[in-house]
Design a binder for this molecule. Structure first.
Ligand SMILES: Cc1cc2nc3c(=O)[nH]c(=O)nc-3n(C[C@H](O)[C@H](O)[C@H](O)COP(=O)(O)O)c2cc1C
Ligand SMILES: Nc1ncnc2c1ncn2[C@@H]1O[C@H](COP(=O)(O)OP(=O)(O)O)[C@@H](O)[C@H]1O
Length: 317
């Protein structure tokens, strides 16, 4: 898969080399859940039938991050993660269009004429609730009218799971509530984040539970503060662990930035500077302020046993 970063206003001639008959799936696709996958798969299938390339257009940063309407909550799949998932989906080209002021001011007509038609998009594939152009003025019908006669538009209906529409906002809400079973069900895979192990406060070793302090490599949605059973991938190995997401109220009164502390069960070694992928499998409890360190240690021991039991029954892959 080739990745192209593009920004409006586009430099002279930049679309000439990209212009070729293609089927293009367009969307934010944050989370790349099965609903998004069905839009993208529809584009891939059509492109194979027509013998032309399959492309995906996504926007970065998330419009809500730029406009800051107050309800921006981070990404389920920051750009790097999105790219890694698309890489597995038989896509030929991924366009990442910078969501900047210039793009946000484009009218639906300008977006279609100055971008999609110039790329030689034969078929655009969008989800049922697709909106585009300044203030979201355009929808699937606008796209169809403006694209005719050279560009077809295919709209993909919402994918449902036991009657519930799969949606990124539903998944974000479930993460905020610590409802990991629902998150996994809706995403079709465990929610995960990737990050680098940084120095912490060096207390973990002294209490018998060293915890790798993972600094997420992106603006991820932060799940409910509390303790989770997790699978951790390090160096292509998948290891069971227990993680606390929180502000450590036992030791700090006024922290606001949560830390992600992972204790790997049955592991010893040096992880500083290493990249870890952490998959959230079960929510165990909310974070608490303990009245003594011994009480905290006893609880962490209990959490580790619970995580070990829950994960031992599950496949490592
Ligand atoms: C499984 C687990 C559960 C934890 N639960 C809590 C908690 O409920 N309250 C709290 O203040 N800290 C909790 N912690 C965080 C510990 O306080 C933290 O790991 C310890 O202070 C070591 O921090 P350090 O690695 O930065 O030195 C938990 C840690 C783990 C691994
Ligand atoms: N089982 C383990 N789980 C997590 N980290 C471990 C483990 N064994 C050793 N380590 C190492 O110990 C470090 C955590 O120790 P800790 O005393 O909590 O220090 P810090 O406060 O810097 O996180 C990890 O970053 C890692 O390098």
């Amino acid at each position: 898969m080739i990745r192209k970063m593009l920004s409006f206003p586009l430099a002279e001639g930049v679309l000439d080399e990209l212009s070729k008959p293609q089927v293009l799936a367009i969307g934010q696709f944050d989370g790349l859940h099965p609903g998004h996958a069905s839009v993208i798969q529809t584009a891939v299938n059509l492109s194979r039938e027509q013998g032309i390339q399959a492309a995906v257009l996504t926007f970065h940063p998330h419009p809500k991050e730029v406009i800051r309407k107050g309800d921006y909550q981070g990404y389920l799949t920051p750009l790097k993660e999105k790219e890694a998932i698309l890489e597995e989906m038989d896509i030929d080209v991924m366009y990442v269009l910078e969501f900047n002021e210039s793009l946000s001011n484009l009218s639906p007509e300008q977006f279609v004429n100055q971008f999609l038609i110039k790329l030689d998009v034969q078929t655009a594939v969008v989800g049922f609730d697709f909106r585009f152009g300044h203030k979201g003025a355009g929808d699937e019908n606008t796209l169809r009218e403006l694209g005719a006669p050279s560009m077809n538009v295919v709209t993909v209906p919402p994918l449902k799971l036991n009657g519930d529409k799969i949606s990124s906002s539903f998944i974000r809400k479930a993460l905020h509530e610590g409802d990991i079973d629902e998150v996994t069900r809706m995403l079709g895979r465990p929610y995960s984040f990737t990050g680098i192990v940084m120095d912490g406060e060096k207390r973990g070793h002294t209490i018998g539970f060293p915890t790798a302090n993972v600094e997420p490599s992106g603006n991820y949605v932060v799940p409910l503060k509390g303790v989770y059973a997790v699978w951790v991938t390090h160096d292509n190995r998948r290891l069971p662990g227990v993680m606390n997401i929180g502000v450590k109220p036992t030791f700090h009164d006024n922290r606001t930035k949560p830390s992600f502390e992972v204790h790997l069960l049955d592991y010893s070694g040096d992880l500083y500077g290493e990249e870890l992928k952490v998959e959230l499998i079960h929510f165990l409890r909310t974070e608490q302020k303990f009245s003594s360190i011994d009480a905290l240690i006893a609880q962490i021991k209990q959490d580790s046993e619970t995580a070990s039991q829950l994960l031992s029954g599950e496949s490592q892959n």
